[in-house]
Design a protein around this ligand. Structure first.
Ligand SMILES: Nc1nc2c(ncn2[C@@H]2O[C@H](COP(=O)(O)OP(=O)(O)OP(=O)(O)O)[C@@H](O)[C@H]2O)c(=O)[nH]1
Ligand SMILES: [Mg+2]
Length: 319
C-alpha cells in the first residue's frame, strides 16, 4: 500500500510521513497536496498568537482537552516554538492519551523554522491542509509574535485569538495595527498576576472606542484566562463558538467557503510565483546581466518585466 492509501485509511504514521514530506518540500509534494485537497475543507482553524511565553501552548493544551472531551478531533500545529510544546494536560494522563492517539483524536506537530519567512506560512497552510484532509475537526495553530509570518498564518485561520499578559500593559496602546486586524478574540492570560485588571480595562477602553467593531461588524470579546489553573478556558471556547456562528450567520457556509477558496487560490499562485517562478526567471546571473544593460542605458526594469511576463505567458514554464 502506498503512503497515500494508508493516509486515506487514517493511518497516523502515514499522516506523519506526509507532513514531513510537505515540510521538507520533497519532490512531488505539490502533486501530493493536490491529491489530498479534495478531502479537505471541513476543519475549523483557530489561530493562537501572542508574545513569547504568554501561555499560548498552555491555553492550546487546555482548549484541546475540552474539545477532546466533547469528541472533537483536534490537530495542533505549533509554529516555530521558542519552547517545546509539552502537551501538559493532554499528556498528563498518559493512558488516556494513548487511547486518544490510538483513536486518532489528537495530533500534535511542531514546525521548525525554515529559512525565508514566507516559506513558513506556506508550509503551515499545507500542513493544516493535510490535517484537515485527514479528518481533524478543529486545527489549533500556535504562532509567536506579530511578524509577517504570523499575520499570514492568522489570515488562513477562521478565528484568531491574540493572547496578552499583564506585562503587556504598557504596549496595549501601541498594539500593532496588523494585530488588531487579525484578532477576533483577546485573551488576557496569567490573570492570576497583578495588573491583569488594568490591561483588560485598557483593552476594553480601546476596543470600545474607535476600534469597537472589526470591519465585518464583529465585536471583540476580551477574556481573562489563567491557563495553568484551567480558568476562563470554557469562556474562551464559548467565544470561539460565538465567532464561528457569527461567520456562518453573516455568510452562508457555502459563501464563506467560496471566498476562502478564492483567497487561497490567489495566495497559492502568489507564493508559487514568488518561490519558484521569480527565482527561475531571475537567477543571480541573469539579474546581473540585466543590471548591466540597465546601467548602460539599453533597457529599464519596466521593459524587462514586461518581457519576462510575456515570455512566461508564451512558454509553458514548469513551476
Ligand atoms: N502565572 C501564570 N503562569 C502561566 C499561565 N499560563 C501559562 N503560564 C506559564 O507561563 C510559561 C509559558 O507558558 P507557555 O504555555 O509555554 O507559553 P507560550 O506562549 O506557549 O510560550 P512560547 O511558545 O515559548 O512563546 C509556563 O511556565 C507556564 O506554566 C497562567 O495563567 N498564569
Ligand atoms: Mg508555546
Amino acid at each position: 500500500m502506498t503512503v497515500l492509501e494508508r493516509f486515506h485509511q487514517k493511518d497516523r504514521a502515514a499522516l506523519s510521513r506526509i507532513i514531513s514530506f510537505i515540510e521538507n518540500r520533497e519532490d512531488g509534494y505539490i502533486t501530493l497536496l493536490s491529491k489530498i485537497y479534495p478531502q479537505s475543507g471541513t476543519a475549523y482553524k483557530i489561530g493562537i498568537t501572542g508574545p513569547p511565553g504568554a501561555g499560548k501552548s498552555t491555553l492550546v493544551d487546555k482548549m484541546a482537552a475540552i474539545y477532546l472531551k466533547e469528541g472533537i478531533r483536534i490537530g495542533i500545529i505549533a509554529v516555530d516554538p521558542s519552547s517545546p510544546f509539552t502537551g501538559g494536560a493532554l499528556l498528563g494522563d498518559r493512558i488516556r492519551m494513548q487511547d486518544l492517539s490510538d483513536k486518532g483524536d489528537v495530533f500534535i506537530r511542531s514546525m521548525a523554522t525554515r529559512g525565508s519567512g514566507g516559506g513558513l506560512a506556506e508550509a503551515t497552510r499545507e500542513v493544516a491542509l493535510a490535517l484537515d484532509a485527514f479528518g481533524f475537526d478543529i486545527i489549533l495553530i500556535e504562532t509567536v509574535g506579530v511578524g509577517q509570518v504570523e499575520l499570514d498564518i492568522a489570515g488562513l485561520c477562521d478565528t484568531t485569538i491574540v493572547v496578552l499578559v499583564p506585562e503587556s500593559g504598557d504596549s496595549v496602546q501601541t498594539l500593532k495595527a496588523g494585530l488588531m486586524e487579525i484578532a477576533h478574540i483577546f485573551a488576557v492570560n496569567k490573570a492570576d498576576r497583578e495588573g491583569s485588571g488594568r490591561i483588560v480595562a485598557e483593552l476594553k477602553m480601546m476596543l470600545d472606542g474607535r476600534l469597537k467593531y472589526r470591519n465585518d461588524g464583529w465585536h471583540f470579546p476580551v477574556v481573562k484566562t489563567e491557563a495553568i489553573n484551567n480558568i476562563g478556558i470554557e469562556k474562551l471556547i464559548d467565544d470561539v463558538s460565538a465567532h464561528r456562528r457569527f461567520i456562518f450567520d453573516r455568510h452562508s457556509k457555502d459563501d464563506y467557503r467560496f471566498n476562502k477558496i478564492g483567497a487561497e487560490l490567489k495566495l497559492i499562485m502568489q507564493q508559487r510565483l514568488q518561490s519558484r517562478l521569480i527565482p527561475e526567471l531571475l537567477d543571480d546571473k541573469t539579474v546581473g546581466n540585466y543590471v548591466n544593460l540597465i546601467i548602460e542605458g539599453k533597457t529599464d526594469p519596466y521593459s524587462i518585466t514586461d518581457e519576462l511576463v510575456s515570455k512566461m505567458m508564451l512558454k509553458r514554464i514548469e513551476i
